[in-house]
Write a protein of this length. Structure first.
Length: 91
């Protein structure tokens, strides 16, 4: 069976693109807050729970955001697919 005819490869490619999108969202979130808020003298930093605001938003809130997004993606966008040959499923 040609892998282009196998729907599992289409699903896997689609889910790989979703994974790449999640990585890009994570990186852009982290980079935006880390260098957007962190590019000033330390004396000008805002502090949240004893941490610089740039660290809190980029690392702590970014982590929580990504956990939420991954949970949503796994629940609503990813598909269970069999690992065996599809011919075995029809027997």
């Amino acid at each position: 069976m040609n892998h282009k005819d196998d729907r599992r490869f289409r699903i896997a490619n689609h889910e790989a693109l979703i994974g790449v999108a999640l990585v890009l969202i994570n990186f852009l979130w982290w980079y935006g807050f880390a260098f957007g808020l962190g590019g000033q003298p330390v004396s000008d930093y805002d502090w949240i729970l004893g941490m610089p605001a740039w660290f809190f938003y980029s690392c702590i809130m970014g982590f929580l955001l990504m956990v939420f997004l991954v949970m949503v993606v796994v629940k609503y966008l990813l598909t269970d697919i069999p690992f065996g040959d599809e011919e075995d499923d029809h027997e």
